[in-house]
Structure formats: C-alpha cells, structure tokens
Design a protein around this ligand. Structure first.
Ligand code: FAD
Length: 360
C-alpha cells in the first residue's frame, strides 16, 4: 500500500514510522524541513497523567509508554529522560523551596516526579522517527502539497506536490496548523494556529532534570513561562502566546514585536543561571488547535483513502507516538486497537467552507 504523509512534524513523522513498521510504502512530503515548525521548537515536555479525565487520556498514557519504548529501541539519542516537575511563582525574595538554580521564585507544588514526567528534544525526536522510517524504506520528498488527486468515484489517487502528481492509495494530512489549507480540497474542520515564543540558553551541565511551570508578572501583564533544562547542556524556556495570523509559508513564521526581549528579561529575573548564560536559539511557532480543543484524527468522511491527523494543541510531542501508531493501524487494517480514535473523528466538527479561507 502506497501512503503519502503530508507534513514532517512529530505527527507526520510518527505516522510514517509506524506505517513502515506495518510494511507500507511511505512517502513523507515536507515543505520547509523536518521539524521546521512547532515540532522542532516546542518544549518536548511529557506527562503520564496530566490528560487524565480528558478525551486524550488513553492517547497520552499510551504515548508516554511509547516514548520510553522508542527511546530504548531506536538507534538514536534525542535526549529522552525522566524529570521532576515543579510549579512556582515569582516572589519578592528567593529561592524558596527545593530548586536552587532560580532567583526570587517560591516553589509552590511538586507537579510530577520521574515516574510521571519526562522530556525529549523534540526536533531530534522527530528527526529520529523520520530517519528510522527512511531506514525502513520510506522516502522523504521536499515540496509543497498543493492539492488532492482523485478518481472518478472520489477515491484518493495521490496528491499534487509542486505541480506534479505523487501517486498514493492513501493520503494523511498532518500539516499542523497548515492542515487548514487542505480544507480547499477535503471536507475538513477548521484548524487554527496559536503562536508561542521560546528561548534556548546554553546553560552547560549546571542544571538538574527539574522542569518548572512558573507564574510571573511584568509591566505588560502576567505570564506563565515553562522552563526545561535538557541533557545536552541547554535550557529551553517558552511563554507569551498570541493569535497573530499564520503565514502561508511555515518558513516565514517570525516573532511578535518585543516578545523575545520580554521573555529574555523575564528569564533574567527568574534565574541567575539564565541571566548569565548565552542564548543560542530564539523560536516562534504555532501549535495546531481545533474548535473544541481536541485532535482531529481519522478517515476524512466521504473521501476513500483520505486521512487527517492534527490539532494536538499543547500536547503534540507527548501524543505523537500513539497518534502515529493508531493512524498506521487504521490505514493498514481499517480499525484501531490500542487507542480508540472515535473521540477524534473529524466528522464531529463541521467542515470548513473553503469560501471562508482567505487563500484558495
Ligand atoms: C511554544 C510551544 C511549546 C510547546 N511545548 C510542548 C511540550 O512541551 N510538549 C508537547 O507535547 N507539546 C508541546 N507543544 C505542542 C507541539 O509542539 C505541537 O502540538 C506539535 O509539534 C504539532 O505537531 P504537528 O506535526 O501536528 O505539526 P507541525 O510541527 O506544525 O508540523 C507540520 C509540518 O507540515 C509542514 N507543512 C505545512 N504545509 C505544508 C505543505 N503544504 N506541504 C508539505 N508540508 C507542509 C510544515 O512545514 C511542518 O513541518 C508546544 C507548542 C508550542 C507552540
């Protein structure tokens, strides 16, 4: 079976990997580069039970286990490790509590320990899944998916990539927030992009495996920076979401005015280690969200051979493995066993009227 996966973020990469495990002939088509968008610029924080009680509970629990399994079986290192995770708030004085590398911060709660929280370097994780799929015979094609090719009965026969036909028996739209563009050719619900900003500091080997979810205030208002020291000697911090319009080209995503300097000032106040460390990367990216907040994953109604997997919001790196596993299972066998995708059926949301898309 020939399957074309559109988009080489974490969701497309995981889907491609699990499809190759099932013997599918996979082509991954990516416009900007593997993990060029949110999957390369996110926190990579993972939690076993933070989605409990939500429709994504089973997906998150299965994914948390699969992250450990993949890290132990694939021949690559993407910085997977367990962490202790704390909540804290900016204070007049500090540090107060068990974390000694912050400044005026009071740790208010332990949110998780090594049994329940972990991290990956998301770009390396995504690249490793792509590499593993390529080693199993998949192909990676750099190009822009522009449309769908269909037979007279409506069944998928491929996609158009940079004006040329890419033949396929099944097509998976996994283009993150850009999946909304596929609503021009498929009956898909709207997918939106919520922007976030991040800084990566070269902190050396000074920081332990302690993740922080902080609250602070500055002249512009309140903010909730998330701080994740990584085992490669860097520390990732993200905050400052916005609804700035999504550019058509993933490579054209840039920061909101003043966002990086505001985040840098915040980090300098919250930790003397960050204040003294050089910044090695600044990132802006969009997480894909749907109208009801849950992923859309499954067969596209009325178009045999068309599938979608997106809308993972703040948990796309966590939930990539079980999403990819379930999508591969659905495409190969017509059903899923490990995680029920019924709650994510694209048909639960109204299809976007292409007339409402600014670009057609
Ligand atoms: C600041 C921030 C921090 C985050 N932190 C975490 C975290 O700690 N833990 C967690 O689990 N999640 C986190 N997330 C969420 C997570 O990053 C996303 O949910 C996830 O990366 C989405 O993956 P994706 O593969 O669906 O989309 P993307 O990563 O957006 O990938 C889509 C791909 O499709 C490609 N594409 C677009 N259009 C086309 C086209 N026409 N043709 C071909 N290819 C195309 C793009 O170039 C891109 O590479 C964070 C998100 C943000 C913004």
């Amino acid at each position: 079976m020939r399957v074309t996966v559109c988009g080489a973020g974490a969701i497309g990469a995981a889907t491609a990997w699990f499809l190759t495990e099932r013997g599918a002939d996979v082509t991954l088509v990516e416009r900007a580069g593997v993990a060029a968008a949110a999957s390369g610029k996110s926190g990579g924080f993972l939690a076993l039970d933070w989605c409990d009680g939500q429709p994504v509970e089973a997906l998150a629990r299965r994914s948390f286990a699969l992250h450990e399994h993949l890290a132990g079986t694939l021949d690559a290192d993407w910085g997977y490790r367990r962490m202790t995770t704390y909540a804290g708030t900016e204070a007049k004085r500090g540090p107060a509590g068990p974390v000694d590398w912050v400044g005026p911060v009071a740790i208010t709660q332990t949110l998780g320990g090594p049994r329940t929280t972990a991290q990956v370097h998301p770009a390396r994780f995504t690249q490793a899944l792509v590499d593993a799929a390529l080693a199993r015979g998949a192909a990676l094609r750099v190009g822009t998916v522009e449309g769908l090719e269909q037979a007279a009965d409506g069944a998928v026969t491929g996609v158009r990539v940079d004006g040329a036909m890419q033949a396929a028996d099944a097509v998976v739209v996994a283009m993150g927030p850009w999946s909304i563009l596929a609503a021009r050719w498929l009956p898909l619900p709207a997918v939106y992009g919520i922007k976030g900003h991040s800084l990566v500091y070269q902190t050396g080997d000074r920081l332990p495996a302690e993740a922080l979810f902080l609250e602070c205030r500055d002249d512009a208002g309140s903010a909730t920076p998330e701080v994740f020291p990584r085992n490669d000697g860097t520390t990732y911090v993200c905050a400052l979401s916005s609804q700035s319009p999504l550019p058509l080209d993933p490579a054209a995503v840039g920061p909101d005015a003043g966002a990086f300097s505001r985040l840098e000032a915040m980090c300098g106040r919250l930790s003397p280690v960050l204040a003294a460390s050089p910044i090695v990367a600044r990132g802006a990216c969009y997480r894909p969200v749907t109208a009801d907040g849950w992923p859309v994953m499954g067969a596209v109604p009325g178009v045999p051979g068309a599938y979608v997997a997106t809308g993972h919001g703040v948990w796309g790196i966590l939930n990539a493995p079980a999403s990819g596993e379930a999508m591969a299972e659905l495409i190969a066998t017509g059903a899923t066993g490990k995680v029920d995708l019924a709650a994510f059926d694209p048909a639960r949301l109204p299809a976007l009227d292409p007339a409402h898309l600014a670009v057609r």
